[in-house]
Design a protein around this ligand. Structure first.
Ligand SMILES: [Zn+2]
Length: 113
């Protein structure tokens, strides 16, 4: 499952953060997940519980902020959200666009006790 490897990298980051706070219990974890990662929230939740089992993260609430894909046109600099993965500038029709948002897979915040 694709989400397993995504969650593995999230837990790498989490674990590194938690090393600075020994003895805490994690209450809530908020993640920012870009649409381009194709991660399914339900699958992420499942993987989160799997990874959390037996750790200080066990039982923590998971919040997922889904970040839409944004593209920026190299011709006219217009920024837009592509519809159904059509990476074409709606302003001038150019295909020379850069993805500026949507690849995120980041730990937004963490609540500990
Ligand atoms: Zn354009």
């Amino acid at each position: 499952m694709h989400e397993m490897s995504l969650m593995a990298s999230i837990f790498d980051i989490l674990t590194r953060h938690l090393e600075d706070y020994p003895g805490v219990t994690v209450k809530k974890v908020t993640l920012r997940i870009g649409s381009l990662t194709n991660a399914v929230p339900e699958a992420l939740e499942f993987c989160f519980s799997a990874f959390a089992q037996g750790t200080v993260v066990e039982g923590a609430q998971l919040e997922i902020i889904q970040v839409p894909i944004k593209i920026k046109c190299r011709e006219c600099q217009q920024e837009s959200e592509p519809v159904e993965f059509h990476f074409r500038c709606p302003g001038c029709g150019s295909l020379a666009v850069d993805v500026t948002q949507g690849r995120e897979l980041a730990l937004e915040s963490m609540e500990v006790e």
